[in-house]
Design a protein around this ligand. Sequence first.
Ligand SMILES: [Fe+2]
Ligand SMILES: [Fe+2]
Length: 145
Amino acid sequence: MTLVKLRDKFAVDVPWIDQEHEALVELLNEIHANVRAGETHFRLHYLLDRLVSCTESHFAEEERKMLELGYPNYENHRLQHKILLNEIRLLQTAYRKDYVMLSSEALAHMESWLTRHITGMDADLAKFIKQLQNDDPDSSNPSNS
Ligand SMILES: [Fe+2]
Ligand SMILES: [Fe+2]
């Protein structure tokens, strides 16, 4: 199963957010493909490490932007990032210690978590950013901040 077609279903129409989401989804898809192919632990460790670091930097970027723009739902959004990141880190640690096999179920759980976040909280954030952009076209471009 190909997991997520981000462009079709989950685009929030803020280019830098969509690009980062797409990178996360591609990584998840790659992990899934590697699990199905029976790839080595070494390769999966590497991909999980990348997933953690990409997720950390993506969440940090969103949080930085929310603070900068005075986003009203910042605390809730940040909390959901924290919970999601903890889940990914737990999976990474458990896998590293060989407590668990990396199962399709565990990956599917993470994917549904992430996609719910994207279509819920991130879509709301994007709406807020676009609203500000309409008021001031330069206000939500990260390269301007
Ligand atoms: Fe988010
Ligand atoms: Fe996001």
